[in-house]
Design a protein. Structure first.
Length: 547
């Protein structure tokens, strides 16, 4: 029985880790740059050496042609191996190190040559340009092989062209100089490559630490997942850099803060403006689950610093929860009031039953009238002075709760509120919060606990005043009470306190009004809210008033 061992396929391609990929790419770039620089240097170097050799040959030819004796000897002698022209040419060749110095007449016949057998013969290359009076520089093949060549005309004392001088420098010597320079160039290129490889290694190690040795595909996947998560969750996320500028805002944060993507890159003060929300996000207010009010929203904020000096803050919308909590508090208060009323109603029924059994009919009728009339008078007093049905219903209910808590809720004599409010629900929120706080403050102030509410119209403005007989607000806390999260009460079961008065001021400021607190003449607190544009200019018709 034989078993087969699975073989692993050799996988070719780039390594997966960022460190290896960055190192490999940077080394490849450094090597490519070194090879390119070497090639770019060698290409003009060869041309420069060729040009230098041709210019040197031309200079030797010009020096030779400048000797008048050679022109005179050319005209007076024959082309022989022992003639004066050959002797002068050989002397110049040995002194200059040239490969050859050829002197010819106007017919191109050599009077001198390194190979004595060529003397008296016609030159192998075309001498017409030099004999025409022009200087010639070239690299060409002659009888002695490939050479760098310079040719000039040879003139006599009168300036007439009598021949030409051709000087050649062996081309192999030029190439040898180039080849001799290559090892040094490669040494410099190798040194540059080594330095580049070391720098690439150090950079790759830094990248490896910063990317935690993840692959590029992993980083790309993490970024895609982060974008999907940040924009998909129902919590606002705000990321700040070390300078306090916004570098990330997910969709929920933009909705909760009422800003758009243009806020990214701005400072918190520039994007959100001054306020508690800005202070909490910037870390100027510390703590966990900090409450802020942004517009009409109640937000819970937490801030976590990051390693790079920045921070990430999360925002949760508690507006609906706060509303539910307040409704729960109101419901509990109403339940307690109904429970007390039920108990009181039972007592009254027992009293009425006793009066009837005792056949005290007149006293029974008077007792029923007093009980029913007290509630009717309270409701009639409120509805006569406050014509808006929502506010009237609110205060009637608060009067019942206040009575069961042993607090007298009074409507001041100067109260007169017409039924043409621009935002009745907003005013209901303001009045409800102020009356609730006043009842809480006055409930423990003894037998004469009282809360007075004043609502009056001054043109289009509405002025609301709520006074109580409670302990009041100290002078140094009269601004703090309007800050989100600040409260002197114990937190309720459903969450935190410190939102009601902040909402009161925010609603007042949103309508261009003010909210403040001062000491009441009765010793408690006196809250005053002014709404300058609370009423419409139109007066409701009688039909509307009936409805």
């Amino acid at each position: 029985m034989s078993t087969s061992v699975p073989t692993r396929r050799l996988r070719l391609g780039l390594p997966r880790r960022v460190f290896a990929q960055v190192l490999l790419m940077q080394v490849a770039i450094a090597a490519g740059v070194a090879v390119l620089a070497t090639g770019l240097f060698l290409a003009p170097l060869s041309d420069q050496l060729d040009d230098q050799a041709m210019r040197r040959a031309l200079a030797i030819a010009q020096t030779t042609a400048a000797q008048p004796q050679i022109a005179a000897d050319l005209r007076s002698s024959r082309p022989t191996t022992r003639g004066p022209v050959q002797a002068a040419a050989e002397r110049i060749r040995r002194a200059s190190g040239a490969e050859y110095v050829v002197i010819m007449n106007k017919d191109g016949v050599r009077w001198s040559h390194t190979d004595r057998g060529q003397i008296g013969k016609v030159v192998s290359t075309d001498p017409r340009r030099a004999l025409a009076g022009r200087k010639v520089m070239e690299i060409d093949d002659g009888t002695l092989g490939r050479s760098a060549r310079g040719k000039v005309p040879l003139k006599d004392a009168d300036g007439a062209i009598v021949g030409a001088v051709s000087v050649g420098i062996e081309y192999d010597s030029v190439r040898a100089r180039l080849v001799h320079a290559i090892p040094g160039l490669f040494a410099y290129a190798g040194g540059a490559l080594a330095v580049g490889a070391l720098a690439a290694y150090l950079i790759s190690r830094r990248v490896q630490r910063q990317t935690r040795d993840l692959a590029f595909s992993d980083i790309s996947a993490l970024l895609a997942e982060r974008e999907a998560m940040l924009h998909g969750i129902r919590e606002g996320v705000v990321a700040l850099d070390r300078t306090g500028r916004i570098r990330l805002l997910n969709d929920e944060a933009q909705r909760l803060l009422a800003v758009d993507a243009a806020a990214i890159g701005q400072t918190l003060d520039g994007a959100l403006g001054p306020g508690r929300t800005t202070d909490v996000l910037a870390g100027r207010v510390t703590g966990t689950d900090l409450l802020t009010v942004r517009g009409h929203r109640v937000l819970v904020t937490n801030r976590m610093p990051t390693d790079d000096g920045g921070a990430v803050a999360t925002l949760r919308d508690r507006t609906e929860l706060e509303q539910l909590g307040r409704e729960l508090d109101s419901t509990r208060g109403l339940i307690d009031a109904l429970r007390a009323q039920d108990h009181e109603h039972a007592n009254r029924m027992h009293t009425l039953l006793g009066l009837l059994e005792l056949e005290m009919y007149e006293e029974a009728a008077e007792f029923v009238g007093e009980v029913a009339g007290a509630h009717r008078v309270t409701a009639e007093q409120i509805t006569e002075k406050i014509q808006d049905p929502l506010l009237a219903a609110l205060l009637v209910g608060k009067a019942t709760v206040a009575a069961e808590r042993g607090v007298a809720l009074e409507i001041s004599r100067d109260t007169e509120l017409p039924d043409r409010l621009v935002d009745p629900r907003g005013l209901v929120t303001i009045v409800g919060n102020l009356v609730d706080n006043a009842l809480d403050a006055a409930a423990g102030s003894g037998r004469h606990a009282r809360v007075e509410v004043s609502l009056r119209a001054e043109g289009r403005a509405a002025v609301l005043r709520v006074r109580d007989t409670g302990p009041g607000v100290p002078a140094d806390h009269r601004e703090s009470v309007f800050v989100e999260g600040w409260s002197t009460k114990e937190p309720p079961a459903h969450g935190k306190r410190g939102i009601g008065l902040a909402l009161v001021r925010r609603l007042a400021e949103r309508q261009g009004g003010t909210a403040e607190v001062k000491a009441s003449p009765t010793g408690g607190a006196d809250f005053v809210v002014v709404l300058p544009e609370a009423f419409t200019d139109t007066v409701p018709s009688p039909a509307q008033e009936v409805r």
